[in-house]
Write a protein that binds this ligand. Structure first.
Ligand code: ATP
Ligand code: SF4
Length: 329
């Protein structure tokens, strides 16, 4: 593993969902991901956080092309996969795997745990004999903290946390480099969430994995991430290391999200920033800065001009007019 090596580079990625327009035969587009660029280094955990509907899942699915992007460039492990069709993507899926929020929905109820974990091994021809297949499946089960006897059981016989472990074992079967975990603990009880997060951390160390970790809960993202991108209505508004983002949030949206996170010390004073209204529709996003309709610091220029990216230092970047030279105090 080389922590300086860029494992994933995403440039100007867009994914627009076509939906029926107001007139018959006319299409309109939900701009779920709109001009997103970022990089993930080998061995890093890149967290993506934002409110429901901001495009987090779509971004995750676009990167591994479960939902084909509308445009943009994706380079994975030095290979430009932007124009790959489904056949070429089959080979790439050995490098990038997804873990989903609802492990029950993503596990075939008619397949035993053995069959579920063996399936990717078969698809990618990763074993040469039945014996080797059995050994690999049992090894994967043990890696995620399950027992050999679980192999013959079916998904409905497991708790939510155990099902998520099965989903993780299935993702690990092809020995991927990158795992995109989409809200992997959101459906679990808080005590189980910590166990699954600890398991993901342990596996990352043992198997030299890189994660993109998607969640709406800032405390969950903080627990596991090295760097974090805050998303709003299809794009990042701030990207930085965990420390920079939590200690020195610059974007008004990040500040509002963080102000709502409970602190362990109840005597510590923290002013809660209440955002007015809901996240606007991605069908017809606001002009200028997309956050201007809810921003407590909105200025006239915010309504018409999209803010540029301001690099605060090597890794901390913010998209906001407050940091334009002319607006700096
Ligand atoms: P959540 O946490 O609720 O899943 P999210 O941040 O992951 O939210 P997405 O699920 O990616 O956001 O959705 C982004 C936007 O795209 C939303 O406006 C959503 O309604 C829309 N969307 C998502 N999937 C589709 C689809 N298959 N067809 C049309 N629109 C979609
Ligand atoms: Fe608020 Fe303007 Fe900054 Fe957008 S650009 S976050 S509206 S101050």
């Amino acid at each position: 593993m080389n922590p300086q090596k860029t494992l994933l580079k995403v440039e100007d990625l867009r994914l627009y969902y076509p939906v029926p327009g107001k007139k018959i035969g006319q299409l309109e587009y939900i701009k779920a991901v709109d001009d997103v660029s970022f990089e993930v280094k080998e061995g890093e955990v890149f967290g993506i956080v934002g409110e429901s509907g901001c495009g987090k899942s779509t971004l995750g699915r676009a990167i591994c092309k479960l939902n084909p992007p509308t445009s943009g460039k994706i380079v994975l492990d030095g290979e430009d996969i932007s124009d790959y069709g489904s056949r070429q993507m089959r080979a790439v899926r050995k490098k990038v795997q997804m873990v989903f929020q609802d492990p029950y929905a993503s596990l075939n109820p008619r397949m035993s745990v053995f069959e579920i974990i063996a399936e990717p091994l078969k698809i990618h021809h990763l074993t040469t004999s039945k014996e080797q297949m059995k050994e690999k499946v049992l090894d994967l089960l043990r890696k995620v903290g399950l027992d050999d006897y679980h192999a013959n059981r079916y998904p409905h016989e497991f708790s939510g946390g155990q099902r998520q472990r099965i989903g993780i074992a299935r993702a690990l079967a092809v020995q991927p480099k990158l795992i995109i975990a989409d809200e992997p603990v959101s459906a679990l009880d808080v005590s189980i969430q910590a166990q699954v997060l600890n398991l993901l951390n342990k596996l990352k160390r043992e198997l030299n994995l890189t994660y993109i970790f998607i969640a709406h809960d800032l405390s969950v993202v903080e627990h596991i991430s090295d760097r974090i991108g805050v998303m709003y209505l299809g794009n990042f508004v701030e990207v930085g290391s965990k420390e920079e983002l939590y200690q020195n949030p610059l974007h008004p949206y990040t500040q509002a999200l963080l102000s709502a996170v409970p602190v362990p010390d109840p005597t510590a004073k923290k002013e809660r920033i209440i955002l007015e209204g809901n996240i606007p529709s991605a069908l017809n996003p606001p002009t200028g800065c997309r956050f201007h309709t809810r921003c407590p610091k909105c200025m006239p220029c915010c309504k018409t001009e999209a803010p540029a990216c301001h690099h605060v230092d090597g890794t901390h970047a913010v998209y906001c007019h407050l940091y334009d030279e002319k607006n700096k105090a």
